[in-house]
Design a protein around this ligand. Structure first.
Ligand SMILES: Nc1ncnc2c1ncn2[C@@H]1O[C@H](COP(=O)(O)OP(=O)(O)OP(=O)(O)O)[C@@H](O)[C@H]1O
Ligand SMILES: [Mg+2]
Length: 389
């Protein structure tokens, strides 16, 4: 306990009893400072105005009687130690007050100086300990609540991370599955091409050669011409097939040259003109994955324009900086309803373009509306040092 005097409020309507208490306390002058009031309402006002350490409380006051006096005071000033002063013999009331939080009780007729001051010191000390314990308990509770909140936030974050990871794994599984499907479908196309086009031409060539062996010598020249025409056609088909599989230009000269070459071939085959603008890809080589994806996306978008847009002009732009390659293929043709086309799931061109971009960590956006043309925009992120020029 520190050296400051203990401030005591005596609430007692009996002047004689009050004088006795004051006299007893005065023996310990300097240890206690006492203020006396005669009813509860004055007591409560004094408590509101001053910091008292202790209240000596008579239960029988003009404005309050019995245990109620204690309860009202405790409700008003829960931090102050209270010692009830009860009439002699009313022990059950005093014990009740102790159960409800009073620090001690004294019987008025039996107070000695030593008993009173000892009881008051203990009461104040006990109340302070109780308060310290309560604060420590509250502090502990607060920390438990904080820690619980931290743990549940960490738990929620972890659950979210698991969900994100699971989604990414599912997406990867879906893309791998799709990759196999695409490879199978490409193989089917090559097989069909070999069988239908090249197989037919070879059969024709074989027939021409067989017939030539049975022809009179003067008709041989005519058959030779037929055979030559078939061989030329065959060579054209084989070249187209090989170019469709993978233009050598892409590996040898890079994206820009492969695109320019493709546009020329495309325009001559479809009659659709291509207007190209580009920045950042003139003297730069990008990684093979990016160049292939970019080439295939433009190729599919152009094929779609020729097949579906009903226009004779398409604008292509390609621009690369240190972070990304951005492609845009825009036509002013028929347009279409993007959502229903994607949802229908019949065609693989649009989905394939998007998957190519996503596999490289990029994205592809399709803007179109019936009668309003179509814009395909792809963003392919370039890693640091992506350029291999
Ligand atoms: N530029 C465009 N202009 C108008 N309609 C388009 C355009 N691009 C796509 N479409 C519409 O979107 C549909 C889906 O295109 P997608 O490329 O996915 O399939 P597809 O071209 O029909 O078949 P494939 O799977 O062989 O590419 C097309 O059938 C067409 O109706
Ligand atoms: Mg298509």
């Amino acid at each position: 306990m520190d050296d400051k005097p203990i401030k005591v409020l005596l609430v007692e309507d009996d002047a004689a009893a009050a004088e006795i208490v004051k006299a007893l306390i005065s023996q310990d002058a300097g240890v206690f400072e006492i203020e006396w009031v005669v009813n509860l309402s004055d007591g409560l006002s004094s408590l509101a105005d001053n910091n008292f350490d202790l209240v000596l409380l008579d239960f029988g006051l003009p404005d309050s009687e019995g245990l109620d006096t204690f309860l009202k005071l405790q409700k008003h000033s829960p931090m102050v130690a209270v010692i009830p002063l009860t009439a002699t013999g009313d022990e059950s009331l005093a014990l009740k007050a102790i159960q409800l939080g009073a620090q001690d009780y004294l019987f008025k007729g039996r107070i000695s100086g030593q008993l009173l001051t000892k009881s008051m010191r203990y009461a104040v000390e006990r109340k302070r300990s109780e308060e310290a314990l309560r604060r420590a308990h509250d502090d502990l509770e607060r920390r438990v609540v904080e820690r619980t909140q931290e743990l549940s936030a960490a738990n929620a974050k972890l659950t979210e991370q698991i969900a994100v990871r699971r989604r990414a794994e599912n997406e990867l599984r879906r893309l791998s599955h799709r990759l196999v499907e695409v490879q199978e479908s490409e193989r089917r196309n090559i097989a069909r091409e070999l069988h239908d086009e090249i197989g037919q031409l070879l059969t024709g060539l074989k027939l021409v050669i067989e017939m030539a062996s049975r022809m009179p010598i003067e008709r041989l020249g005519e058959h030779c011409h037929k055979a030559q025409a078939l061989v030329n056609e065959l060579m054209g088909h084989v070249r187209d097939l090989s170019l469709d599989l993978r233009p050598a230009m892409l590996d040898d000269l890079g994206l820009l040259h492969a695109l320019l070459w493709h546009f020329e071939r495309y325009t001559s085959q479809t009659g659709v003109a291509v207007k190209l603008t580009h920045t950042g890809i003139e003297n730069e080589r990008l990684s093979p994955e990016i160049e292939t994806a970019a080439y295939r996306i433009v190729q599919e978008a152009l094929t779609n324009v020729a097949r579906h847009a009903g226009t004779n002009l398409v604008k292509v732009s390609a621009s690369a900086d240190a972070e990304s390659l951005i492609l845009q293929i825009a036509d002013e043709g028929k347009g279409f309803d993007v959502q229903s086309s994607l949802a229908a799931g019949r065609s693989s061109g649009l989905a394939g373009m998007r998957e190519r971009a996503q596999l490289l960590g990029g994205s592809l956006e399709i803007q179109s509306a019936t009668g309003n043309g179509t814009i395909i925009s792809a963003l392919l992120p370039l890693e640091q040092g992506e350029s291999i020029a």
